[in-house]
Design a protein around this ligand. Structure first.
Ligand SMILES: NC(=O)c1ccc[n+]([C@@H]2O[C@H](COP(=O)([O-])OP(=O)(O)OC[C@H]3O[C@@H](n4cnc5c(N)ncnc54)[C@H](OP(=O)(O)O)[C@@H]3O)[C@@H](O)[C@H]2O)c1
Length: 314
């Protein structure tokens, strides 16, 4: 099969399109013929060699943890799909990759709504799962106000919609260029950076009940001040969390221990017109290096995604 791969760590230029043996699903897994694959910060970090997890990767490595495609092989003990179904999901996370290839094996999936574009489906998996996990930790109830710091990126843009669907009043931070996007997704926009409290005052917001830090940009002390309670704050990206008594939500991307996961619920919201996966930029699979370069830019309007030929022609 064809696959984006790298043989050594480094900049986006280490990525190349090559060939390798196709994988096969084990029990509890399915194989898809790829239509689209997401590019996330974790893929960029692993490829650079800068994250400790890079050391675990056998080389050559196929990057990408999110994918969507057409089911073409089914492992034992799987009874919710048939060959030919359109699905989206997440690869086996212990492998930390495998999505950017002609065939990819999924560990966790949901059926893709027929109206959901392949690019949105391919980019969605871990961002939905991460956002769902973080929101579940925050004990949200309709009517509460949630502040999401870093709301325009891959995870934030999904978290604000999933929170709004739970009846939460959502305030999201982003640079000014992204405020229109946040409004479209159901959040009140706010500029990020120091002095959130004063800017919230100017908006007339008197109470923040919960806060989700997606950006890891050093806002935890202010989020604690705003909520007045460390258990009301969760971060996905600030490793100083324990020193503030705040929870850092990591890993377990493949659903909850009891097998529940957020992909089917997000698919249902999409069908109801209450959810979408904002796509910042889409690249053909053979331009994976350009996609990684784009993903290394700090600013974002949703997800970066790779697509294969038949998607671009449809
Ligand atoms: N813990 C986990 O399980 C888990 C899972 C997935 C991701 N993550 C981590 O979560 C972080 C976000 O992931 P992502 O996929 O959403 O990244 P992303 O798509 O690259 O988005 C990052 C966002 O951060 C915003 N930002 C930049 N500087 C900021 C600041 N000073 N204050 C507030 N926001 C700022 C940017 O907003 P503008 O575009 O408006 O400038 C951008 O939209 C990454 O560090 C990633 O590694 C953790």
């Amino acid at each position: 099969m064809f696959a984006v791969q790298y043989d050594g760590f480094g900049g986006p230029e280490v990525l190349h399109l090559g060939t390798t043996d196709a994988p096969h699903p084990r029990a509890g897994q399915i194989r898809i013929r790829l239509q689209a694959a997401g590019v996330s910060p974790v893929d960029v970090g692993l490829r650079s060699g800068r994250t400790p997890m890079s050391a675990q990767l056998p080389l050559p490595h196929i990057p990408g943890v999110d994918a969507a495609g057409i089911v073409d092989e089914i492992g034992d003990d799987v009874d919710d799909v048939t060959v030919g179904d359109h699905v989206f999901g997440i690869v086996e996370l212990a492998r930390l990759g495998g999505a950017s290839a002609q065939f990819a094996v999924l560990q966790l999936w949901a059926h893709k709504p027929s109206t959901m574009p392949w690019a949105q489906a391919g980019a969605a998996g871990t961002s939905i799962e991460t956002a769902t996990r973080a929101l579940d930790l925050l004990d949200l109830r309709p009517g509460l106000t949630l502040l999401v710091d870093g709301a325009a990126g891959g995870v934030g843009s999904i978290a604000i919609q999933l929170a709004a669907a739970r009846g939460i009043n959502v305030i999201g931070t982003a640079r000014a260029d992204n405020h229109d996007l946040l409004r479209q997704l159901g959040a009140t926009p706010l500029t990020y950076g120091p002095d959130l409290t004063n800017r919230l005052d100017a908006l007339g917001v008197t109470r923040v009940d919960r806060a989700l830090d997606v950006a890891g940009a050093g806002s935890l002390p202010e989020l604690l001040h705003l909520t007045g309670d460390p258990t009301a704050v969760v971060t996905l990206a600030d490793f100083t969390a324990p020193t503030h008594g705040v929870r850092l939500s990591m890993g377990q991307l493949a659903g909850q221990p009891d097998g529940r996961h957020g992909l089917p619920a997000a698919a249902e919201l999409f069908t109801e017109g209450r959810f979408r996966v904002p796509i910042d930029a889409a690249f053909p699979l053979e331009k994976a290096a350009d996609a990684h370069q784009a993903a290394e830019r700090g600013s974002r309007r949703g997800k970066i995604v790779l697509t294969v030929d038949d998607v671009r022609e449809s």
